[in-house]
Ligand binder design. Structure first.
Ligand code: OXD
Ligand code: MN
Length: 599
């Protein structure tokens, strides 16, 4: 028996968008294969060499449609106040009136697909159901990989269950007889809309077919809408990877970590530790939903079922487990097509292919000096294919989190690892975290963007209230059950601009110190900003690290921190009356400690 609200909503959208056909997705492999074949047959995708890249597809997007569009992303809460200073806002009724005009007749000549999906293992008390309506077969096949799709979700939803309504159109109706383009979308950036209605748990997306703009289970549902659900219901929806960390004695803990986009989350989630006997296994690489469990510990699931990872830079050196994951059943977007029907991207191998077809469909050679793959080219691959996926990654009960890490790219100021004094101090450190912009992101290269808990582009309500919610979460279970917070920075540089820390698998040394801190076996030194590893407690064995670098990596530069205080105050001022008093007090206390002679 179909859910009544779902049937009514699909009919309403069908009548508005007037597609030629409606297809309810069952989530089967046959459905995936049929749609994949159709996209190849109409020239929208290339099938890769079946021997070397079995069941892999390559799509090329329109040049106007290559990334998330934050400037066209809106949080349409009832009041502007609730959306806060970091989100674009429009009145929900006004936005819907505007968008209904775009949606009217927008699916002419196309099929309307109904995709029932579950974020998280079906039936998990932490999971949540959504239904995406789309006119893009590319979206359907990607959703098959990234979420759990189909009839089993409809069964779990039942006749009266609640679901997130996720409406999407590429915004490119077809006139009778009109030939379709290989990547239909609305090329006018001002006509793209990624809108959220948190109060009614709805997403309306129009004009883009790419990534987070179109695969609505990911950033739109699992972060922007879910963060509001989490606020209202007493849980946490976060932009965090989740790993299982096992020591040489076979004891395991689970760690979540928030890093802004482009700071190596996928690499960290699949890390191969350099320290002998230590093991990292993946639970998730991007999103973490956490609820207090029956034992009072915060239990986390990865709501996704796949990885939508940035391809350029992914190599056997930077992330061998990602390379192994994407060998089959993978959808590539905006990579180079090689002459032997394979894919390539910058820094995948030391030697590039002699020639290929670039992400815009043009003949390409490395000698051209142009990039062959778009810097935001992606792979969509099933998480189950990751060689280091943890066996319990789909446990409906979730995994208990012992530590939460956060950090961004900071060339100076922030030490390699700092342990927070307590929960409140941890939220304070999370609230001031930030990252220096990279060339691949918008903004001026090198300028610092503060990005609390890496949620700035993904929080569906006022950031000040979000921080208050984190403070409340600390009261939901007994203090001894709470995870501990660690502020990390792999990107510190020396005065002459050289990396102080090798990163990648060597980050396992920091994980070891954290593991031992949690067991009460490792010493820390109190500083004005938090606790850093005491001399000799960070395992640097076998690492050729200059003793000067070692000192600088963990040093707390009081003058530099004092100089940050003014910047933090300016940034906190944007939160107005929504800034939790506790955080303003933490800032004052840090300033006092920095000005004292000793910590
Ligand atoms: C992502 C992002 O794609 O954070 O995961 O931008
Ligand atoms: Mn992300």
């Amino acid at each position: 028996m179909i859910n009544k609200k779902l049937a009514a909503w699909v009919e309403e959208m069908r009548a508005l968008c007037t597609p030629d056909r409606v297809h309810w997705c069952d989530g089967s492999k046959a459905e995936y294969d049929r749609l994949a074949d159709e996209t190849v047959a109409v020239g929208a995708a290339n099938r890769l060499d079946p021997e070397r890249w079995p069941h892999c597809l390559l799509f090329r997007s329109d040049p106007s449609d290559v990334a998330r569009v934050e400037e066209r992303t809106f949080i349409c809460s009832k009041t502007r106040e609730d959306a806060g200073p970091s989100n674009n806002w429009m009145d929900p009724d006004e936005m819907k009136t505007l968008m209904r005009k775009s949606y009217r007749g927008c699916m002419k000549g196309r099929t309307l697909y109904v995709i029932p999906y579950s974020m998280g293992p079906i039936g998990s008390p932490i999971a949540n159901i959504g239904v995406e309506i789309t006119d893009s077969p590319y979206v359907v096949v990607n959703m098959h990989v990234m979420t759990r799709v189909g009839t089993k979700v409809l069964e779990a939803l039942g006749e009266d269950g609640e679901f997130v309504r996720a409406m999407h159109s590429v915004g490119a109706p077809l006139a009778p007889g009109q030939k379709d383009s290989s990547w239909p979308c609305n090329p006018d950036i001002q006509q793209k809309f990624i809108t959220h209605f948190p109060d009614t748990r709805e997403i309306w997306s129009y004009g883009s077919g790419y990534g987070g703009n179109a695969l609505l289970g990911k950033k739109c549902h699992a972060l922007r809408i879910a963060s509001v659900q989490a606020r209202d219901e007493g849980w946490l929806a976060e932009h965090m990877l989740i790993i299982k960390l096992t020591n040489p004695a076979g004891k395991s803990i689970y760690v979540a970590a928030a890093f802004p986009s482009q700071c190596g989350k996928t690499n960290f989630a699949m890390m191969e530790p350099t320290l002998p006997g230590w093991k990292v296994e993946t639970i998730g690489d991007d999103i973490c939903w956490m609820k207090p469990g029956p034992d009072g510990r915060w239990r986390a699931i990865n709501p996704e079922a796949g990885f939508f990872g940035v391809a350029p830079g992914t190599s056997m050196k930077s992330n061998p487990n990602a390379v192994r994951t994407v060998q089959r059943n993978t959808i590539f977007t905006n990579c180079v097509l090689t002459p032997d029907q394979g894919v390539w991207w910058e820094d995948m191998t030391d030697a590039p292919p002699s020639k290929g077809v670039d992400w815009q469909g043009n003949e390409w050679t490395p000698a051209s000096g142009k990039k062959g793959a778009h810097p935001n080219a992606r792979f969509t691959a099933p998480a189950s294919q990751c060689p280091v996926i943890a066996p319990e990654w789909e446990d409906p009960a979730g995994v208990p989190i012992s530590a939460i890490l956060f950090g961004g790219r900071r060339a100076s100021v922030v030490p390699l690892v700092t342990e927070a004094f307590n929960w409140q101090h941890g939220i304070f450190l999370g609230s001031i975290m930030g990252s220096e912009m990279t060339a691949a992101a918008f903004g001026t290269v090198g300028t610092l963007r503060r990005d609390p808990m890496a949620m700035l582009p993904f929080c569906g309500y006022h950031m000040g209230d979000y921080l208050a919610h984190w403070l409340r979460a600390g009261q939901m279970t007994s203090p001894d059950k709470l995870p501990r917070f660690y502020y990390v920075n792999w990107f510190r540089k020396s005065a002459d601009g050289k990396w102080l820390w090798p990163g990648f698998g060597e980050n396992s040394r920091v994980l070891k110190w954290i593991f031992e801190r949690l067991e009460g076996r490792s010493e820390a030194t109190r500083t004005p900003i938090g606790q850093v590893p005491a001399a000799g407690t960070l395992d640097l064995s076998g690492l050729d690290l200059d003793p000067e670098n070692q000192t600088e990596l963990l040093s707390v530069d009081r003058a530099a921190w004092l100089a940050e205080i003014a910047d933090i105050r300016r940034y906190y001022a944007k939160f107005g009356g929504h800034l939790p008093r506790e955080l303003a007090e933490e800032l004052d206390a840090m300033e006092r400690r920095l000005k004292e002679k000793s910590p």
